[in-house]
Design a protein around this ligand. Structure first.
Ligand SMILES: Cc1cc2nc3c(=O)[nH]c(=O)nc-3n(C[C@H](O)[C@H](O)[C@H](O)COP(=O)(O)O)c2cc1C
Length: 427
């Protein structure tokens, strides 16, 4: 999605850097338009570096590109954060005296303002009238947060949390009734997706974790939503927010994730296990912080194996096969179970061999194989995956997709829809 992020001249301008990050990490292309006043708080270099796009607040830069018309026309969504009292006034009265206000007048998609200002400015009759005018035109104006303001005072006027602005922006951009999703290949189906990396506690402050960012799982959930599915999203630790529109369950450890998967699987048509689940956990964890000992000895951490959740899901389905849901009184288990493998090759075998061995061991219906290394896959925006199916013969050349995690997720979901169609009649 193309997003214009307008930044007004308030102290909270720096918080928009986190908002920008949330947008770019979710795969959106963001053009930042700062007002002149805002550049006294945060400079254009920050916005250019974080967005990867040229930044200007003036209609007279890059005139050949007609930015004052183009940016508003092309934007799928415009978010103004922080929206100053001045910007609300200029937008309400239809002024066009800088690039941002020109862009607002050219907007074709939703517009969201996230105000930040002192309580007196927010409650002033002029600002109230401007907010009413904007809302009456369909513009979304968030309520500011309540709390500590710039000085020693506090009250209504804080910029809403960037995560809340992000969520409101995504909700604003989502069509009320997505026609494409209604006719999508997974319409009427329920897909459970696990995402992120589990954390196994050692004590109240330390844990054993992994580098999973949750981006691939989130992209899969979004692709499944776009294909019309209801999505149950089980999120271990993620660097990005969970996608809008999913039924969200947050978990921390592998055992919690296991419980959530076994609760979500009945009634799901597809189970996609994209989370990076710890193979091992410390055998005990301390309720108090583990301290350095005076006698000079150091603690030893003993690891125990975590259950293999993917293999368990397959076993449960096998055990239930043969008896109908009506007989057992349980909802049917997923017709399609998709595993993920993050593998590195070594002297004994290459990545593909390890992937095939894993597919056989787990017994799932599709295995998405990632080649991992220090700079590959984890936390990155692009990826390369190979799809392995138990139906492939030894000389089948497996399908490999390369691209952004969003694009790769779309292709995996398209394949999932095909496999599901093939699997359903034999349920
Ligand atoms: C330190 C400082 C903090 C400010 N914070 C805010 C603010 O949070 N909200 C606001 O509406 N104006 C704030 N202002 C006033 C705006 O910067 C001023 O109204 C400016 O003209 C806004 O321009 P813009 O709307 O084009 O960004 C602040 C000014 C200063 C000097």
């Amino acid at each position: 999605m193309r997003i214009v992020l307008g930044v007004g001249g308030g102290i909270a301008a720096y918080k928009s850097a986190s908002l920008l990050r949330l947008f770019t990490e979710a795969g959106h292309n963001v053009s930042v338009i700062p007002t002149e006043a805002s550049t006294k708080f945060v400079g254009a270099a920050t916005w250019e570096a974080l967005s990867g796009n040229r930044v200007s607040g003036s209609v007279f830069d890059e005139v050949e590109k007609v930015n004052h018309v183009r940016l508003g026309h092309e934007a799928d969504l415009i978010v103004v954060a922080p929206a100053t009292a001045d910007l609300l006034a200029r937008a309400a009265s239809g002024q066009a005296n800088d690039l941002l206000t020109n862009t607002l007048l050219m907007a074709r998609g939703p517009v969201l303002f996230a105000p930040a200002m002192h309580t007196e400015m927010w409650s002033h009759p002029a600002t109230r009238a401007n907010v009413d005018t904007l809302r009456s035109r369909g513009v979304l104006v968030m309520e500011p947060g309540v709390g500590r303001l710039t000085g020693t005072d506090s009250g209504a006027g804080r910029l809403p949390d960037p995560k809340d602005i992000f969520a409101a922006a995504m909700a604003a951009a989502a069509p009320p009734q997505d026609q494409a999703a209604l006719s999508g290949p997974l319409h009427g189906k329920t897909v459970t997706v696990t995402a992120g990396g589990t954390r196994e506690p050692l004590d109240p402050v330390r844990f054993l974790g992994n580098r999973s960012s949750g981006k691939q799982g989130a992209a899969l959930a979004r692709a499944a939503l776009d294909a019309g599915a209801q999505v149950r999203f089980i999120a271990a630790h993620m660097d990005i927010p969970a996608p809008e529109g999913v039924e969200l369950t947050r978990v921390e450890t592998a055992l919690e994730l296991r419980e959530a998967v076994h609760a979500a699987a009945p009634g799901s048509d597809v189970l996609i296990m994209a989370a990076a689940v710890a193979d091992f956990r410390p055998d005990t964890h301390s309720d108090t912080k583990i301290k350095k000992r005076d006698d000079g000895t150091d603690p030893v951490i003993t690891l125990v194996r975590n259950p293999d959740i993917l293999a368990e899901a397959v076993q449960r389905r096998t055990a239930a096969a043969g008896s109908t849901a009506a007989e057992t009184g349980h909802k049917p288990l997923p017709a399609l179970i998709v595993g993920f493998a993050a593998e590195t090759g070594d002297g004994d075998a290459d990545v593909l061999d390890y992937g095939r061995q894993k597919l056989k061991r787990k017994g799932c219906d599709l295995l998405v194989l990632n080649r991992v290394g220090s700079s590959l896959v984890f936390g990155q925006d692009s990826t390369e995956v190979t799809l392995l199916s138990p139906r492939d013969s030894a000389d089948t050349v497996p399908l490999t997709f390369t691209g952004s995690k969003t694009e790769v997720a779309r292709r995996i979901i398209a394949r999932v829809a095909q496999e599901l169609e093939a699997a359903l009649p034999v349920r």
